[in-house]
Ligand binder design. Structure first.
Ligand code: PEP
Ligand code: MG
Length: 514
């Protein structure tokens, strides 16, 4: 009990410390265009010395918990220093005599993690973060074991220590003995063999035992991810999170650069559908440090909301997408729509982008399909607004769950409340699938639920026929679909819809997967 009170008190201290760091960073970012920056560099030197003195004071504190807060001081100082130096905050990993490296960090942003696609770590562990945060979502696409929200990893693990990271069980073994090492080496070989066996399903259609065909598309972050999607038999790209083209850089990509990236994906998929989401920036994928001061970023200027207040920037992307549409089968997907006004404004901007291309005599596919993500409960409930004017829908369950249950997907303190099986979530999903079906508007599901093997049959039974997920999950899900029959899973899935008790829901899910 005493421990809990202490935690709350110091968590608050920690938050104040980070807010203080944020304020400093904001001031530095605002002033960096002026000669004030030089003054800050001088302050940096002085600040470094003050930091050392402060850390010495922390070292002398008796209370172990408070003493550990020195890590937070270091983190804030690091951020302030990076802002002063104009440093993007990323250092490529050093090699370590051929041994694979594991990154242990307090926290990583999605922008950090997407860089691991080029600089291969064997694994990473963070002290904080939610399991459906964009950091974790991108981590899954890397196909390396990673664990978020381990809480004290940074304090307990020392540099150069040998680690085993079991991403499936969420376990880290520090300094393993020879028996544990041998056991995990065997597990890793078995896992590799399983993956190899699954590869045989690559070119097979995903058809259930009773003849229902399911589309299995891939989610990607960067054009180079297409290779992995094809290797795993994706029949299309269901979600290209285009905002990752905008991160980790000092200048935004212009129309030409964006066009080249979108065209590359369209061409590489050789006529298979490629659904490109317009940039979903804001919240945990902010371009500017100043965004961090928004009290409630997930409810603020994010995704389409941000695009609509910056139409010039949005029009650049729309023109690039339309231009790329003639090199394959490109669909445009709009994130986080909630109201008819937003939809109308978006469609008007798309019409404007088309008109400007017409004026310039630039060709594009006039049949390009426009879809909307259903990730806000309001959109799911007032679905008619979207089925009337859009060509297709894609359910973003990561956000739909976050907004339905009021659970911040990036905050591990409430991760236990994030529940895809919550009756409200299931009933929204069923409602969207049924209503869109009646309106004959195709609907896909591209959140993490699509790649969760435990939920494949449930979704199939609720009527889903189009899943989009990270490539690493495609073959497992295909295998499950090949072994399923809609006639058998549908009654159980519908029973789950009528159930409110979490234990009974889990029991029914177990039966569905038996
Ligand atoms: C979602 O919200 O489910 C989704 C697919 O989008 P993102 O995870 O990028 O927010
Ligand atoms: Mg989303």
């Amino acid at each position: 009990m005493l421990q809990a009170t202490t935690d709350v008190r110091f968590d608050r201290t920690q938050r104040h410390l980070h807010t203080f760091g944020d304020l400093l960073v904001r001031q530095i970012v605002q002033e960096s265009q002026t000669d004030q920056a030089a003054r800050h560099v001088a302050q940096l030197r002085q600040g470094g010395a003050q930091c050392v003195a402060m850390l010495e004071q922390f070292d002398q504190i008796e209370d172990a918990y408070l003493r550990e807060r020195r890590g937070d001081v270091i983190q804030v100082v690091e951020r302030v220093m990076k802002a002063l130096l104009g440093h993007p905050g990323y250092a490529p990993p050093q090699t370590n005599g051929g041994r694979k490296l594991i990154l242990v960090a307090r926290d990583l942003s999605p922008a950090d993690v997407v860089q691991f696609k080029q600089h291969h770590f064997a694994s990473f562990i963070t002290d904080v973060g939610g399991t459906t945060s964009h950091t974790a979502v991108v981590a899954r696409s890397l196909n390396i074991p990673s664990i978020v929200a381990l809480h004290h990893a940074r304090q307990l693990i020392r540099e150069d220590e040998l680690l085993i990271v079991d991403g499936t069980m969420g376990v880290v073994i520090v300094d393993p003995d020879s028996q544990a090492l041998a056991e995990y080496q065997l597990k890793s070989r078995e896992f590799g063999l399983e993956r190899l066996k699954l590869k045989r399903l690559r070119n097979m259609r995903a058809t259930t035992l009773d003849g229902f065909t399911v589309e299995l598309h891939a989610n990607i972050e960067l054009p180079e991810d297409v290779g992995q999607a094809k290797e795993n038999g994706a029949t299309g790209i269901g979600l290209f999170r285009s905002e990752f083209l905008f991160l980790n850089r000092s200048h935004l990509p212009d129309e030409e650069e964006q066009f080249t990236a979108y065209r590359r994906v369209a061409e590489d998929m050789a006529g298979l559908p490629v659904t490109i989401r317009t940039y979903d920036l804001g919240a945990d994928k902010d371009l500017e440090e100043s965004q961090r001061f928004i009290t409630n970023p997930a409810l603020g200027l994010r995704a389409i909301r941000l695009c609509l207040i910056e139409p010039e920037r949005f029009l650049i992307q729309l023109r690039a997408l339309l231009r790329a549409s003639r090199y394959g089968k490109v669909n445009i997907l709009i994130p986080m729509l909630a109201s008819s006004r937003e939809l109308d404004q978006t469609l008007a901007l798309i019409a404007q982008a088309k008109q400007s291309l017409d004026d310039d005599g630039v060709p594009y596919d006039r049949e390009v399909k426009i879809g909307g993500m259903i990730e806000v409960p309001a959109a799911a409930l007032a679905l008619g607004i979207f089925t009337r004017k859009l060509d297709f829908l894609s359910i973003g369950t990561n956000d739909l769950i976050q907004y339905t249950l009021a659970v911040d997907r990036t905050d591990d303190a409430v991760a236990h409340l994030y529940d895809p099986l919550h009756p409200a979530v299931l009933s929204l999903l069923a409602h969207v699938l049924k209503t869109a079906g009646k309106a004959r508007v195709p609907v896909a599901l591209c959140g993490e639920m699509a790649g969760d093997l435990a939920l494949t049959r449930l979704l199939l039974g609720l009527g889903l026929r189009h899943y989009s997920m990270h490539s690493a999950h495609l073959l497992d899900v295909k295998q499950r679909i090949l072994q399923s029959s809609v006639a058998l899973v549908k009654p159980l899935a519908l029973r789950m819809l009528r159930e409110n008790d979490p234990d009974r829901l889990n029991m029914l899910l177990g039966r569905l997967n038996a």
